[in-house]
Design a protein around this ligand. Structure first.
Ligand SMILES: Cc1cc2nc3c(=O)[nH]c(=O)nc-3n(C[C@H](O)[C@H](O)[C@H](O)COP(=O)(O)O)c2cc1C
Length: 362
């Protein structure tokens, strides 16, 4: 069937299109549609949107995402007592599914339990009891197979050479002076000094620092040096909150944000089917350099997701007047540090989960 269709196309339609002068356009549309269908199939089959409780990897992703939503709530200025209660129950149910699936207790669960325990303790301190949830969490921690997580954590804490307490989930306190020291040191200290900050001082952001950071980010490598990036900066509070209302990921700290940078990529630089996602790669690389450059300039940042469905994409375009030929990459919220502030722990998984040594010579 596939071969019949191919021959039909080659010997009839293709000739006709060539005669009419549309062959190149039609062939581009067809191969592009096929490429999107190919990607659609992979994403539809493999993303965690479906059957999240049936695969350890999908469950791990979901547990990290939900736990992070809770720790993020705990890291805000003026965290609301009782916030995200339904997420807590959902997270408990995910841990139960993880166990039911036969997954061994590991750092994912340790991280989730630490987030849940900080949530319970924060609410308790504010006279809000969640007895049922507290009991469920204690049961998970105490249950035979999950008890070893605590042991594992304690062992790691004891081994920590700098005597630092290894935390897997929840929030931690940072100090402006220590960060300002770290960013002027070696590259590793700068990278580690960067955190997603969701509370800022009221001080105005020095536009020269933003400009220096963008200048530095221009040194990001780009495909064929096309430098397709665009950055729009906003400091008007009203405009910032309108943008963030559409973005939706800054709920709870919209009023905090003194400066926004909207990163887009111009599609008119890209060519053919194989470059259909290149804008996201180049845009993402630019955004990362910019975040590090802003950190170097002594500014606190938070990356904000801009993967929008068509309705919000259109609303943001109307508001920001971004051309239809540009795609949204992400937003960076930036501002000055408070003297002390809290951030999420945002635990990093172990190296062997992501690094594979592929020795092809063997
Ligand atoms: C592309 C991208 C989108 C993000 N979107 C949001 C967001 O909408 N809201 C938010 O509070 N944090 C957002 N973050 C921040 C992440 O939650 C954060 O980077 C992660 O937890 C790691 O923590 P760290 O940045 O403190 O190291 C985003 C980060 C990236 C890279």
């Amino acid at each position: 069937m596939k071969n019949i269709l191919k021959s039909l196309y080659r010997f009839t339609l293709k000739r006709l299109l060539r005669l009419l002068g549309f062959e190149r356009e039609f062939s581009f549309a067809l191969t592009l549609a096929y490429a999107y269908a190919y990607d659609f199939k992979r994403y539809y089959s493999w993303s965690k949107t479906r059957e999240v409780r049936l695969s350890q990897t999908k469950l791990t992703g979901e547990i990290y995402e939900v736990a992070h939503a809770i720790e993020k709530g705990l890291a805000l200025r003026g965290t609301r007592v009782g916030f995200g209660h339904e997420k807590v129950n959902y997270l408990i149910s995910l841990i139960t599914s993880y166990k039911k699936l036969g997954c061994k207790p590991d750092v994912t669960i340790t991280m989730a339990l630490e987030v849940l325990e900080e949530y319970i303790s924060f609410n308790k301190q504010n006279n809000q009891q969640f007895s049922a949830e507290e009991e469920a969490i204690a049961q998970i921690r105490n249950s035979h197979s999950f008890a070893m997580i605590t042991k594992d954590r304690e062992e790691k804490n004891n081994k920590a050479s700098d005597n630092a307490c290894i935390r897997f989930g929840g929030t931690k306190m940072l100090f402006k002076n220590a960060i300002l020291e770290d960013i002027k040191g070696q590259f590793p200290t700068l990278v580690k000094a960067r955190h997603s900050v969701r509370m800022f001082s009221e001080e105005c952001v020095d536009q020269r620092k933003i400009e220096s950071a963008i200048r530095l980010a221009q040194y990001t490598p780009s495909s064929c040096n096309r430098q397709t990036w665009r950055v729009r900066t906003y400091s008007d509070k009203n405009k910032i909150s309108q943008i963030l209302e559409i973005q939706k990921g800054a709920r709870g700290f919209i009023e905090e944000v003194p400066c926004l940078m909207l990163i887009t990529v111009e599609l008119q630089f890209w060519d053919s089917v194989n470059e259909r996602y290149q804008a996201y790669v180049d845009g993402g690389m630019f955004a990362m350099t910019l975040v590090h450059a802003l950190t170097y300039e002594g500014l606190a940042t938070c990356c904000l997701n801009l993967s929008l469905e068509p309705k919000r994409d259109r609303s943001l375009r109307n508001l920001t007047k971004v051309a239809p030929s540009e795609i949204f990459i992400m937003i960076i919220a930036a501002g000055n540090y408070l003297d002390t502030f809290s951030v999420t722990v945002s635990h990093r998984r172990s190296l062997n989960e992501l690094m594979m040594i592929s020795d092809l010579t063997r």
